[in-house]
Design a protein around this ligand. Structure first.
Ligand code: NAD
Ligand code: GLY
Length: 363
């Protein structure tokens, strides 16, 4: 078992990574976890892992209730949030309750936002069960729900008090979801950790085949990178760089997700193709070599991720990108690479180059 630390002063917390952790969660609970535990999960994850978790929490002498929600991105809604509030109220949950998210990023974001807002904030634990959630969404405190007019538009920063990433849970993850998570793993290598990118080049097949040691290492290294970024710019306020660098490929990817209709492409798939656009743009600005771009394309192919976006046309991409919430004061602020392992935020890319990069990276 590995233990990492997210250093945020009074809001610091540990991340535990390893196999077999679910059954021993009782031994990992911080003292501030009160008498009651309210677990939020979904209809796919609960049959697989809920009993393991409730048996472990029972060993700690705490009482435990669970709410099982429908699967899918549509669950990250006002309606489900209200259902959670009604459940917490009817179960008389108070400040002695700790909310636990057991699931992927959808459950983590939703349960985290419920925790941030119910009775002005309850302690919250993340038990991520997808690779994407273990390397990204469970760490850093971004919580929220979707609005019919935009994804993740309602939310709060609310840090968990504990993250437990049990790598055993990844053995039941569909292949496509695993690959989508690998896109976020590759992101850390690209933005700030060239040695990790090189490690991924050597070990991609092991990751895709779910070798436990390779997975544990990739999760640990990803979380270490994310913790470093979040500790330096928790609220994504840095004028340049900072937490926004975690959005490499996301503005182009957002256009893909919306352009083809949510749910058609997985987020990680859109991030991979979107990152290829960002890399091609970086090459056009003279920052990357063609060989660098091909090197990353090769890594995505080996991770079974797409390297080309859908042919929506550059006009449509630009229109959709302008609606992304990463746009600052009307300017398209993109994350680009000065070199592999060295990302920057950049608002001065000429539109003709952005268009050319999009066109070059569409099917
Ligand atoms: P998800 O939560 O929908 O999970 C993907 C699928 O895998 C679902 O069908 C789920 O039920 C299933 N699943 C989960 N764990 C499983 C397991 N162990 N075995 C089998 N099936 C399992 O999707 P995701 O990719 O984990 O998360 C995507 C969400 O995360 C999006 O809503 C996105 O906005 C959000 N997100 C948040 C942050 C953040 O910083 N808060 C970062 C990235 C993404
Ligand atoms: N997933 C991007 C962030 O946490 O900032």
């Amino acid at each position: 078992m590995k233990k990492l630390h997210v250093g945020l002063g009074a809001r610091s917390y540990p991340i535990f990574i390893g196999n077999g952790l679910l059954g021993g969660v009782d031994g990992l609970l911080p003292e501030k976890v009160g008498r009651h535990i309210a677990i939020i999960s979904n209809q796919v994850v609960a049959p697989l892992y809920l009993s393991r978790l409730t048996e472990a929490t029972a060993k700690s002498g705490r009482d435990c209730i669970a709410l099982i929600l429908p699967d899918g991105e549509a669950t990250k809604s006002f309606e489900t949030l209200n259902r959670i509030y009604e459940w917490l109220l009817s179960e008389r949950c108070d400040r002695a309750t700790t909310i636990v998210a057991l699931g992927g990023g959808v459950i983590g974001d939703l349960a985290g936002f419920a925790a941030a807002t119910y009775q002005r904030g309850l302690p919250f634990i993340q038990i991520p069960t997808t690779l994407l959630a273990q390397v990204d969404s469970s760490v850093g405190g971004k919580t929220g729900i979707n609005h019919p007019l935009g994804k993740n538009m309602i939310g709060a920063f609310w840090q968990p008090i504990l993250v437990v990433a049990d790598t055993d849970t990844l053995m039941t993850l569909p292949d496509r979801e695993l690959s989508a998570g690998i896109a976020e793993v590759i992101k850390y290598g690209l933005i700030r950790d060239l040695p990790f990118l090189e490690w991924l080049e050597k070990n991609m097949e092991q990751l895709v085949q779910r070798d436990p040691d390779a997975l544990a290492y990739a999760i640990e290294r990803s979380c270490r990178n994310k913790a470093g970024v979040v500790a330096a710019d928790e609220l994504e306020q840095a004028k340049e760089g900072g937490r926004a660098l975690l959005n490499l490929g996301h503005t182009f990817g957002h256009a893909i997700e919306v352009g083809v209709g949510y749910g058609t492409w997985l987020h990680g798939e859109a991030v991979a193709a979107g990152t290829m656009m960002a890399l091609e743009l970086s090459r056009r600005l003279g920052w990357l070599e063609a060989g660098d771009v091909e090197r990353v394309a090769d890594l995505y192919r080996r991770a079974r991720l797409p390297i080309k976006g859908p042919a929506l046309g550059a006009d449509r991409y630009l229109e959709l990108m302008a609606h992304d919430k990463k746009v600052l004061a009307g300017r398209l602020r993109l994350v680009l690479l000065r070199a592999l392992g060295q990302a920057v935020t950049w608002s001065d890319a000429p539109e003709r180059e952005i268009r050319a990069a999009i066109e070059a990276c569409c099917v």
